[in-house]
Design a protein around this ligand. Structure first.
Ligand SMILES: [Zn+2]
Length: 374
């Protein structure tokens, strides 16, 4: 299932909404209509409260979008290409094609978002005042006040120094500048991010127990999101640092076990899959590499036909997604592996098979490097 919904393209940047956002939207509208507006405007009826809640949620959404766009504009100005923006719970994620090249680019980029939120808060504050002087009906002022408050909250929340929140990025920029080591800086900033996420989850459970259902769910939700984000973004940075410059040829498995093209599936199972317990084997005919056969391919064929079906008739024929060269960077190989759905890459030289790499090989290499270099 696709996790994101494409909304629009602004300034050449595709804007996507994570489906989780629709749950959040529902939660926001519900808590506004049932709790917040009945409290600020008790004289209005329930349908007015729902309408106000809906308008406020949409304007909040626009505010979050402005926050993310401001990050993206600064990134673009510093020649960092942006794939797109995905809106999540309390803000969003701008997809950078690469990480900022220097601490001061990171600093400027991170600061832009909260600055935008504070500017919006100030604007809504001014608007509420103007509405007051003009004698505009009170529900409009209530909505404006809510947006003033929420933009303030978003600005402050994002300044919390836990990576990958904006505050965490600012902290990382400072640490990066200090240690001159982006991985170390990311490790510290994302550990703080995780600690903060656990704190949110713990407080959320406490609220659940004491009966504040909605705010409890809110906090747990945001905490879980943050924790995962902190984990993934650290892993990305660490992998990039540890794996870049390592060539496939230096860690591939060299003595590859191959299978003959004409072998029937029943023998293939007994003599290869069962014996070596690999998930796939390259298929060879007279020294020539034809393709790759996986256990999955075999399982798709009814058992009674195994004796009469040859490996080459059901294998995946050799194609660009399956092959690589020994000069390829480990990181690029990993990206290709993640996309090909088989988890294996055949290493080819002069049209001959010289090795094989699996996703597991690269993960092991990463763990090994991480242990050595701490
Ligand atoms: Zn931000």
């Amino acid at each position: 299932m696709k996790k994101n919904f494409h909304l629009a393209t602004l300034f050449n940047i595709p804007i996507e909404i994570n489906y989780s956002w629709f749950i959040i939207l529902g939660l926001i509208v519900f808590s506004l209509a049932q709790g917040y507006f009945p409290y600020t405007d008790p004289e209005l009826d329930i349908s007015a409260h729902w309408l106000m809640a809906f308008i406020s949620a949409l304007l909040l959404f626009a505010s979050l979008l402005a926050h993310e766009l401001s990050h993206s504009v600064v990134a673009a100005r510093n020649k960092l290409p942006i794939h797109g923006i995905t809106l999540f719970v309390f803000g969003g994620v701008a997809h950078l094609e690469k990480e900022p090249a220097s601490p001061d680019v990171e600093f400027k980029m991170a600061l832009a978002g909260p600055l935008m939120s504070f500017t919006l808060a100030l604007a809504f504050f001014g608007l509420a005042k103007v509405f007051g002087w003009l004698g505009i009906p009170k529900p409009f002022i209530s909505i404006t006040n809510y947006l003033l408050l929420l933009n303030l909250v978003v600005g402050i929340f994002n300044l919390i120094p836990g990576f990958p929140l904006d505050g965490g990025r600012i902290l990382r920029a400072a640490l990066w500048n200090f240690y001159q080591d982006v991985r170390k800086a990311t490790a510290i900033a994302s550990a703080l991010g995780k600690a903060f996420a656990f704190l949110l989850i713990a407080v959320g459970f406490l609220e659940l127990i004491t009966g504040s259902l909605i705010s409890g769910i809110w906090l747990i939700f945001i905490g879980l999101f943050l924790q995962e984000a902190a984990d993934t973004s650290y892993r990305q940075v660490a992998m990039k640092k540890l794996l870049s410059g390592i060539r496939v040829g230096s860690f591939m498995t060299k003595n590859v076990i191959t299978v003959p093209a004409d072998i029937p599936l029943d023998r293939l199972i007994d003599e290869f899959f069962f014996k070596y317990r690999h998930a796939s084997f390259p298929v060879i005919e007279e020294d020539k590499l034809l393709g790759l056969i996986t256990l999955h391919d075999v399982k798709d064929i009814p058992r009674e036909k195994w004796g009469e079906t040859a490996a080459k008739t059901i294998m995946a024929p050799i194609n660009k997604k399956l092959i690589t060269s020994k000069e390829t960077d480990a990181l690029d190989a990993l990206a290709k592996l993640a996309g090909n759905g088989i988890g294996r890459l055949l290493v080819i030289e002069d049209q001959k098979l010289i090795g094989i790499v699996s996703q597991r090989d690269i993960m092991r290499l990463f763990q090994f490097k991480a242990e050595i270099e701490g």
